[in-house]
Design a protein around this ligand. Structure first.
Ligand SMILES: Cc1cc2nc3c(=O)[nH]c(=O)nc-3n(C[C@H](O)[C@H](O)[C@H](O)COP(=O)(O)OP(=O)(O)OC[C@H]3O[C@@H](n4cnc5c(N)ncnc54)[C@H](O)[C@@H]3O)c2cc1C
Length: 389
């Protein structure tokens, strides 16, 4: 067994760490100030400039196939990169990427949807959740009814990330009620100018998802993504990809937070001694360090399985369940170590605290991850103590 990174992986890790430190972290105060005053932390132009700087370093389309101009660095490298990006709350992601399911576009659709998203000219959103179906995504109801060579969509999607900014939505609708999720759900590429409306939903986080309203929105037949009836599988592919990226980010954020906690504990004196000398505080530091390390290896194993083309779904669920809960525990402890200051908006801890709470909900709640893990074990898909290959 080999636990060391390759020279290339180490180089990428160092480069991104420097990029985060030199290019992203300087924006942190601005982000906090803007958000306090009700504006987005960064403008689109600022993010684009940073994406161009990253491109000069070779970081453009980190998961995008080379034929589309991407670096296609693979799952392990992506996990390492996400861990580094997680060290700041500055809302940045590399340019040159598209949702994994947009690669199912046919040639004409690629020109209109995939390529403009990769180039940053158009924005997409993933619209599966409905007011009556979130975890139980197989139970979505939005009907798509055939009318000539169009499909007519009616209904509402809710909590859609980027739903208010997107130029088009990947919308999952029911094309065959009898079949439902087993061949009766189809994914449509629906341009905003086909007539859907969106509205922000205020959340405890710093950015809002949106609700999307469809009233007799007519979508041409040629805008079906993939196969008619193949939408549910596409939806699960999109969700599956994000599962281990979230705890990867959690590793970076938690490491940074823990470092803040360590520094604060050494400098804060109460009753004549730094609080770092109190066992109550030391245990918070020790437990956090252990849990971060455990998450790192769960994430890397999930990424490694994906890299080897193996089924990583069980491991990805374990990484998401453990890693997102870990991050919530670490931020809570670090907030506690900072006392009253931890609760203020002067420091980024409360911001992270609010952001991390979401991680236990979207892309599969804690309960759904537990359900998946337990079902795999109970049905024998995965065996306890199975020999590792
Ligand atoms: C900020 C934000 C961004 C989002 N972005 C998107 C997006 O871009 N696209 C999109 O389609 N969706 C998005 N979502 C929706 C998200 O995926 C759902 O909120 C999530 O899947 C949970 O669904 P729900 O809210 O309907 O809760 P429910 O499914 O109603 O669950 C309520 C509670 O019951 C629990 N529960 C449900 N079923 C079971 C069970 N069988 N056993 C035990 N407990 C159970 C859940 O874990 C949860 O605690 C986003 C949500 C948020 C908050």
């Amino acid at each position: 067994m080999e636990f060391t990174l390759t020279e290339e992986q180490k180089m990428v890790q160092r480069t991104i760490r420097n990029f985060v430190k030199n290019e992203l972290m300087p924006y942190e105060q601005q982000v906090l100030r803007n958000e306090r005053e009700g504006r987005p932390g960064m403008t689109r132009e600022e993010i684009k400039d940073l994406q161009m700087k990253a491109k000069e370093l070779g970081f453009w389309g980190i998961n995008t196939p080379e034929e589309y101009g991407g670096a296609d660095l693979g799952p392990v490298m992506t996990a390492l990169i996400q861990m580094e990006l997680g060290r700041t709350f500055v809302p940045f992601s590399f340019g040159g990427s598209a949702d994994n399911i947009l690669y199912y576009c046919n040639e004409e659709q690629k020109e209109k949807y995939l390529l403009p998203v990769i180039n940053g000219d158009r924005r997409s959103c993933f619209a599966l959740t409905e007011p009556t179906a979130g975890s139980d995504a197989a139970n979505i109801r939005m009907p798509a009814v055939k009318d000539g060579n169009h499909w007519v969509l009616n209904g509402e999607k809710i909590f859609i990330t980027n739903g208010n900014e997107a130029d088009f939505a990947m919308v999952f609708a029911v094309t065959d009620k009898e079949k439902g999720a087993r061949g009766g759900v189809t994914c449509f590429l629906v341009d905003r100018d086909m007539g859907w409306r969106s509205e922000y939903i205020q959340t405890m986080g710093e950015w809002g998802p949106a609700s999307l309203v469809f009233e007799n929105v007519r979508v041409p037949e040629e805008n079906i993504l993939g196969e008619l009836g193949g939408g549910f599988n596409l939806g699960m592919k999109w969700i599956g990809q994000g599962r281990w990226m979230i705890p990867a980010r959690g590793v970076g954020a938690s490491e940074r937070l823990l470092q803040m906690g360590i520094e604060q504990s050494k400098s804060r004196v109460t009753f004549g001694k730094p609080i770092s000398e109190r066992q109550a505080i030391q245990w918070m530091i020790a437990d956090s360090a252990v849990e971060i390390e455990a998450t790192k290896w769960l994430v890397l194993r999930a990424a490694w399985l994906a890299e080897k083309g193996k089924d990583n779904r069980h491991m990805a669920s374990m990484a998401k369940l453990y890693g997102t809960n870990m991050a919530n525990r670490v931020v809570d402890r670090v907030l506690q170590i900072h006392g009253g200051m931890g609760y203020t908006k002067e420091l980024p801890i409360e911001r992270w605290y609010r952001e991390m709470r979401l991680w236990r909900i979207f892309e599969g709640t804690d309960e759904i991850q537990r359900y998946i893990i337990a079902r795999n074990l109970l049905k024998g898909h995965v065996k306890v103590g199975e020999l590792m290959d």
